[in-house]
Write a protein that binds this ligand. Structure first.
Ligand SMILES: Nc1ncnc2c1ncn2[C@@H]1O[C@H](COP(=O)(O)OP(=O)(O)OP(=O)(O)O)[C@@H](O)[C@H]1O
Ligand SMILES: [Mg+2]
Length: 318
């Protein structure tokens, strides 16, 4: 039961040890490239996770960028970060401007997937970033025009067309419940829903969660409520009214909350402005510690989720 800020993990964050500085390298790993060594795992253990909330400014991009960077830089996972927002903020968070892209753009990949093509040339679409094992598929301003109304599955088709899957694919969603969001959710194994620690921030949450569950049930045959985890962001324990509001509103979802919460911390803002994940900007900041702790919890959750899915499948008749 979520009864206080403390039980949602705030106090533990203040005692986390400082992190080792993330190693920065100039070269980056490319999907399907020669450096993509390591034991292959089955596709079901290579999850796609979207970061979604129809509300703007709640920390979706900050979460996508820093979780992707931590998975790759600290936990040695091969990660593809997809900027699926026409604002291109995740692209900017790595120091690129919003018009940046590779030889092939994401919109073109969507067109190729619509034509039924496989083995898509995604390595020509990615941009190198300063974090080892992390690839960025940059955003595109008019991305929505590549998504026909009847194809909520087109991004899933792009990912299905990859010649080699990364360990984790992280999708940064735009605000709003639009075709981009639907495509991202449909392509995902599960979703992180960042919610801001502020009064009125949870209005509309029930609608989003219902949509997530509906899309999950459309493509799966197990408990669709496993499909999301809620993450509290911009937490400031001094804001007592916000805490009371959030605790009350989130009580029905207490089993769906990440224990880790993301504290309000200006280093996250500054890192974004500097075009770096927070680990490369100030690895000893509270923001860095929060996202490191979240990523560790995410890895634990992922392991449990896979086990539950395998058990559910084993118990089902053919
Ligand atoms: N924990 C935090 N503490 C302080 N500032 C934060 C925190 N998380 C995010 N921010 C800042 O809040 C602003 C909005 O964050 P972000 O861009 O991640 O939200 P978003 O949900 O992706 O927004 P949008 O819906 O527009 O895409 C940014 O300036 C970001 O640097
Ligand atoms: Mg964003």
């Amino acid at each position: 039961m979520l009864t206080s800020c403390e039980s949602s993990g705030i106090s533990s964050l203040t005692t986390s040890p400082p992190l080792a500085t993330m190693p920065a390298v100039l070269a980056c790993w490319h999907i399907g490239g020669a450096s993509a060594a390591g034991k292959r795992r089955s596709e079901e253990t290579m999850p796609t996770i979207c970061i979604t909330n129809q509300k703007g400014g709640v920390g979706k991009t900050t979460t996508a960028v820093n979780v992707a960077a931590a998975l790759a830089g600290y936990f040695e996972k091969r990660v593809l970060l997809i900027d699926f927002d026409t604002q291109c903020n995740a692209t900017r968070a790595f120091g690129y401007d919003s018009g940046s892209g590779g030889e092939v753009r994401l919109g073109h990949l969507l067109e190729m997937a619509e034509d039924g093509q496989t083995n898509l040339p995604i390595e020509k679409a990615i941009l190198p970033v300063e974090v080892p094992l992390l690839d960025l598929l940059p955003g595109q301003k008019r991305l929505a025009k590549y998504l026909p109304d009847h194809r909520p599955d087109l991004l899933a088709a792009v990912l299905g067309g990859l010649s080699s899957r990364p360990d984790f694919t992280i999708i940064d969603c735009p605000p709003g419940l639009n075709l981009l969001t639907t495509n991202a959710i449909f392509a995902s194994d599960w979703a992180i829903v960042p919610c801001e620690h502020a009064v009125f921030s949870l209005e509309g949450l029930a609608d989003l969660l219902a949509m997530l569950e509906q899309l999950a049930s459309a493509k799966r045959d197990f408990d669709p409520t496993n499909f999301y985890r809620i993450l509290l962001t911009k937490v400031n324990p001094a804001r007592k009214r916000s805490t009371e509001y959030v605790v009350q509103e989130l009580t029905p979802y207490k089993d769906k909350l990440f224990r880790t919460v993301i504290r309000e911390n200006d280093s996250l803002n500054q890192a974004h402005a500097a075009g770096k994940p927070v680990f490369l900007y100030d690895s000893s900041s509270v923001g860095a510690m929060c996202y490191h702790a979240l990523t560790r919890e995410l890895l634990d959750y992922e392991e449990t989720r896979i086990q539950k899915e395998q058990l559910a499948r084993a118990g089902q008749p053919d």
